[in-house]
Design a protein around this ligand. Structure first.
Ligand SMILES: NC(=O)c1ccc[n+]([C@@H]2O[C@H](COP(=O)([O-])OP(=O)(O)OC[C@H]3O[C@@H](n4cnc5c(N)ncnc54)[C@H](O)[C@@H]3O)[C@@H](O)[C@H]2O)c1
Length: 283
């Protein structure tokens, strides 16, 4: 396993108004599944850096506590909650805790997701149900209990984390199906809740290097992944977090129902020419 070394930059001194001043956010999966910075951790840190109060929800609370330590070291405001977002009771409790602690809810980053490889022939029924619950049902349940509070606040921003795997085949059929469902969910939620001032958008991360993928990476594969997209550089969780920050902020006030690939141009140019590297690699 290659260790993930993505060190958070020091918090810059802001010589302008924080972009999320006065706002309250929930980030689900706000920990990281291994050492380093995952998408949820980076997003929560950036939200707090820009003035939001952040509820850090994770099934494994110790992981969220590591994120909390990063935020507190920068002088931000956050707290943790143990919640399994596949469980309706936990999602209701999560939204209620946010109101109890911070008095309102403006932003929900539905970041939780897991990956599974395999075809429809290979996947077990139990694995199929599990991945759909973690990647899709979690968004439905977290949003179900968050939206009434956002309506009470006069509107809000929901960011659903899909994947470029939801836009093109990826040798992991359950994951692709679940991430495509996240896109459908986003479009429908944007229509349903837009009239209440709630914007729902979706980020489709590309081949970013995070603790989620690190266990199956070596330096060669990281190089191939980085070379696959036109920018020829490796993406990090901060790239995803910065996109979420924009969609959460009022700068995106007229953006609703979009799918934003953050992938160095990989989807725009697929299929890429990695066959010329002399090996059959499905990225
Ligand atoms: N890393 C990539 O290359 C990549 C690419 C595309 C999309 N994504 C997406 O990004 C999202 C997450 O990225 P990450 O880097 O933060 O992942 P991560 O694995 O580092 O962290 C996910 C966190 O979610 C928590 N979690 C898992 N199941 C949960 C549940 N049921 N309830 C509450 N918490 C739960 C885990 O404990 C973990 O702390 C996922 O939706 C993933 O599909 C990642």
């Amino acid at each position: 396993m290659t260790e993930v070394r993505i060190v958070p930059e020091r918090s810059p001194r802001l010589e302008r108004s924080p972009r999320l001043e006065g706002k309250v956010a929930i980030v689900t999966g706000a920990g990281s599944s291994g050492p380093g910075i995952g998408n949820g951790r980076a997003t929560a840190t950036l939200f707090a850096r820009e003035g939001a109060k952040v509820l850090l929800a994770d099934m494994t609370e110790e992981r969220a506590e590591e994120t909390l330590a990063l935020i507190q070291a920068e002088g931000g405001t956050a707290s943790t909650i143990q919640a399994d977002v596949t469980n309706a009771g936990d999602c209701e409790r999560m939204a209620a805790a946010c109101i109890e602690r911070y008095g309102r809810l403006d932003i929900l980053d539905n970041n939780v997701g897991i990956s599974r490889r395999g075809t429809v022939v290979e996947v077990s029924e139990a694995d199929w149900d599990h991945i759909m619950a973690v990647n899709v049902k979690s968004i439905v349940l977290a949003s179900k209990f968050a939206i009434p509070h956002m309506m009470a606040a006069g509107g809000g921003s929901i960011i659903n984390i899909s994947s470029i795997a939801g836009l093109r085949a990826h040798s992991s059929t359950p994951y692709t199906a679940s991430k495509a469902a996240v896109i459908g969910l986003t479009i429908s939620m944007a229509a349903d809740h837009g009239p209440d001032g709630i914007r729902t958008n979706c980020i489709a991360p590309g081949l970013v290097y995070t603790p989620m993928v690190a266990p199956r990476m070596d330096d060669d594969l990281r190089g191939i992944r980085s070379a696959a997209a036109p920018l020829r550089t490796e993406g990090t969780a901060w790239d995803i977090g910065n996109a979420a920050l924009f969609l959460a902020s009022d700068e995106a006030r007229w953006i609703n129902g979009v799918v934003l690939p953050v992938d160095a141009g990989l989807v725009a140019t697929s299929p890429v020419t990695y066959q010329t590297l002399g090996q059959q690699v499905r990225l």
